[in-house]
Design a protein around this ligand. Structure first.
Ligand code: F6R
Ligand code: ZN
Length: 187
């Protein structure tokens, strides 16, 4: 019997483009990010339709034990002085972790525990980020090109955005042409 060779989905490492899979796509725009950035007035001055980030993921099973794979493309830009970033979340199933792999661009991964301890990891092509359970995560694009990162996470993890509705404890701004991270009281 001749066995055929299955063609798997592919990721283009240089761009993060996914191909040959059942794909789901979601765009998050300025108009979707009310109260996410420090300067809400500055957000309202921007075009609501402007896309801040796109997520492409393989449409695979969400069953216990299965894994999701997706790529986030976070565009360069700022709201006021604050760099474009993802909304950020804890997993609904708090104990579930995730791995991010930087593919292109430069930025930061903001991690924050349930106790409110926050830290930043540099993201760049080839960076590997182990996000433990019980740790919220947000990508920040501090560069001038698209920041793309591949992620693999448990199908059962889910997302809890509400727990950090008041924001993370660190915000990242451009000041005097430099990347400045500041601790803030909310979060
Ligand atoms: C999945 C995950 C990423 C993010 C994506 C968008 O658990 O961490 O795929 O979902 O980077 O960010 P959020 O979901 O915070 O809008
Ligand atoms: Zn996640």
């Amino acid at each position: 019997m001749n066995l055929s060779f299955i063609q798997p989905p592919q990721v283009a490492w240089a761009s993060g483009a996914l191909a040959d899979g059942p794909l789901l796509r979601k765009s998050t725009r300025i108009q979707d990010l009310t109260d996410v950035f420090a300067d809400e007035n500055a957000r309202q001055q921007l075009a609501g339709e402007q896309v801040v980030y796109d997520v492409e993921m393989l449409d695979t099973s969400p069953a216990e034990g299965e894994l999701y794979t997706g790529v986030t493309h976070l565009y360069p830009g700022r709201v006021g002085c604050e760099y474009f970033m993802t909304r950020g979340h804890f997993h609904a199933r708090r104990e579930q972790g995730e791995v991010y792999f930087g593919l292109r661009g430069t930025g930061l991964l903001l991690l924050q525990t349930e106790q409110g301890n926050a830290r930043l990891e540099k993201v760049f092509a080839g960076s590997v980020h182990i996000i433990p359970g019980f740790t919220a995560h947000r990508l920040i694009n501090t560069g001038e090109e698209v920041l793309s990162a591949l992620a693999v996470w448990p199908g059962i993890a889910g997302h809890d955005y509400a727990a950090l509705a008041r924001g993370f404890r660190i915000r990242v701004f451009e000041e005097n042409n430099r990347v400045q991270a500041k601790e803030v009281q909310n979060g």
